[in-house]
Design a binder for this molecule. Sequence first.
Ligand code: LMR
Length: 394
Amino acid sequence: MFETLKPQPADKILALVQQYRDDPRDTKIDLGVGVYKDATGLTPVMRAVKTAEQTLWAQENTKAYTALAGDPAFADAMVDLVLGAAVARETVAAAATPGGTGAVRQAFEMIKMANPAARVFVSNPTWPNHLSILGHLCMETVSYRYFDPQSRAVDFEAMLSDLKTARPGDVVLLHGCCHNPTGANLNLTQWQSVIDVLLATGAVPMIDIAYQGFGDGLDADAQATRMVAAGVPECLIAASCSKNFGIYRERTGILMAISQNASARGLHQGTLAYLNRQNFSFPPDHGARLVSMILNDPALRSDWQAELEAVRLGMLELRQQLADCLQQLSGSDRFGFLAQHRGMFSLLGTTADKVDALRDKHAIYMVGDSRLNIAGLNRDTVPILAKAIIDVGI
Ligand code: LMR
């Protein structure tokens, strides 16, 4: 029977990880997959995570199941981290999921259950796995313009005009901060215009927020998500703890469904628990428990925030250093966008053959759409990258 299966296309980002590993050159630089690395190339376990793990190891006396929606303390802590006081807690249904990707998947399934004909509007470009999961679920997508290849900023007029074609029952997928893959983001005035369009069209927003704390700070990065949640009748939020807690392999994420109609919460909560049960039953608990321990302990929380802030500032420095190097080498400001972008990624906005040339000639790996992971750089590799970018004619 299984001989009827067709080979599946490799995930573009994950395929690159293997290609990089197989490259014997010791000068190679990995700017592919979105994983934070420190100046030595290590993805460290954060201090607060290590401390919480030690406490958990000493105190945990059972591995019995939690609840289908996960530990309620995790949901409370994450709703507070992402939404602050933007909406009343009793309007938010929430369920833990295996990573942010799990939350995205469950969100799409919830949309499909509610409206099998829903069209999901996705930015062009977006994280490739959004499209892959939507395709797998046979859900219709509509691409909206987002990135201006000239300025490497958001083409906001085009975005808005595309979003205006949404209808009631459609969903608009938005990146809460640190847009992946471009690094180009809306300002808060533009977010307000998006909210106005959502209200005018009746489309429901779904926000994917996977990099809170990597852009302008923990609260600043959540600001747009909070405005949307408070400004529309219904909204879904898929949040990830992989990056800001550095617990990638623990698969820790959460899906929130917010409705200004508080009586809808029970229905949403039941649906989220049901979806978890259908797909994997109970969500992973280890990472979620670490997160709620950290967020609920003032000393751990402040240590975590300090370490996260250092990571964020380090990435901003690398951005500035790269933009400065390229300004010197090119004698122009055309790479200034690198310092304006926020988060782990920037889209260089160049062609696949130049990305190939960076890899083949200079052993520099970035995703084929020319997305580079700023956190894969350090002070020594920034000038190497800058020279290579000029050398291949970007
Ligand atoms: C990325 O975009 O590189 C990350 O979100 C990792 C992944 O799973 O693709």
